[in-house]
Design a protein around this ligand. Structure first.
Ligand SMILES: [Zn+2]
Length: 347
């Protein structure tokens, strides 16, 4: 936990994202590689993993897939997000977002989080897939208008005190987008914020020392016609009230950017949210080591790993552990950067 860190230490997290097994299978101890934190999909965590990580002085954070509805909407059609035509949305490449306001789904996810926190003494929970139905992890993102189901229309109408004229769904959505676009966007951001608020409340109740992190789209305020707020529903001014640690997903390869973009983006983000290393909210980005699309070279990986520590960042991790474990060159880059940071933090 951060409270145990020395105050002189400026980089507190040297993380890896993914099951650590590929590194263990190669005979590595995580602390010998300079790693002090693992971020693992909640469904992959088990007691043996946690115990071994603890024995190597490594913190354990669970990635918690929040608004991804794959495997849920098929059996719970009431939670299927609805587009402006009044139709069920199609998967946005591989992502299937749910309706964020559907009560049954909310209870289902909150129950999963309770079970996870009761089972494991985690250092934190990192919410993932926290946005309205869309796909931002592509050079050409998919940015549909959602959700116009009855739950969402009722919620928007009540909370924004706007009476929506009678009609079929496509007429209502058109009316909202033409007459109350700003209120609609504000309400959608509030719904996403509310998810972080509820999740944080559950964490504080069960594991008060655990942190709440967020994996999120790294676009600035203008990119794709302000789609981060307008379509995804991510309002940093709201989210900084609940989120302890922001982890922008600066996947330069997946998003078709140059490696140097990572550093620029992290500096921008530090300024945008007025991040300070020693106070919350903190900034621990996730960078790309994974070879798809194309190959991420060792040099490129080093640039993005260091870029993730730019600005007021106080930690970094990479996608994924196996991408590093499967490539000797990348393992060496990570070990060099992390052990260097570890030695600095001891001085
Ligand atoms: Zn809905």
């Amino acid at each position: 936990m951060s409270c145990k860190q020395k105050s002189t230490e400026t980089i507190e997290i040297r993380g890896v994202y993914g099951n650590p097994k590929p590194l263990w299978d190669k005979g590595f101890n995580l602390n010998k590689l300079g790693v002090n934190a693992i971020f693992v999909h909640s469904g992959s965590i088990n007691h043996d993993m946690v115990n071994r990580a603890r024995s190597e002085e490594v913190m354990v954070y669970a990635e918690f897939a929040t608004l991804n509805g794959i495997n849920y909407v098929e059996t719970h059609p009431e939670a299927w997000a609805i587009n402006e035509k009044g139709e069920k949305v199609k998967a946005a490449s591989w992502f299937m977002g749910v309706c964020t306001t559907e009560p049954g789904f909310r209870q289902y996810r909150f129950g999963q989080l309770r079970d996870l926190l009761l089972e494991y003494d985690l250092d934190g929970v990192w919410m993932d897939y926290v946005h309205w139905h869309a796909q931002f992890e592509e050079p050409e993102p998919i940015l549909p208008e959602t959700c116009f189901c009855d739950n969402c229309l009722d919620g928007f109408s009540k909370e924004s005190r706007i009476e929506i004229p009678e009609g079929i769904t496509s007429e209502k959505s058109l009316w909202i987008l033409n007459h109350h676009d700003e209120s609609w966007r504000n309400w959608r951001c509030k719904v996403i914020y509310d998810w972080t608020y509820e999740i944080k409340s559950i964490i504080k109740e069960i594991r008060p020392n655990a942190l709440l992190g967020l994996y999120h789209c790294p676009w600035d305020d203008q990119e794709f016609n302000s789609a981060r707020r307008r379509i995804l529903g991510l309002d940093y001014n709201l989210l900084k009230e609940t989120i302890d640690v922001f982890s922008p997903m600066v996947y330069h390869g997946r998003m078709g950017r140059e490696p140097d973009w990572v550093k620029e983006n992290i500096q921008w983000f530090s300024n945008r949210l007025n991040i300070k290393k020693d106070s919350y909210p903190k900034l621990w980005p996730i960078v790309q080591a994974y070879n798809n699309p194309g190959v991420i070279s060792n040099e490129e990986f080093e640039i993005v790993l260091k870029g993730g520590l730019a600005g007021e960042s106080s930690g970094v991790m990479m996608f994924t552990t196996s991408a590093v474990a499967d490539d000797k060159g990348k393992t060496e880059v990570m070990k060099k950067v992390y052990t260097n940071l570890m030695e600095k933090s001891r001085n």
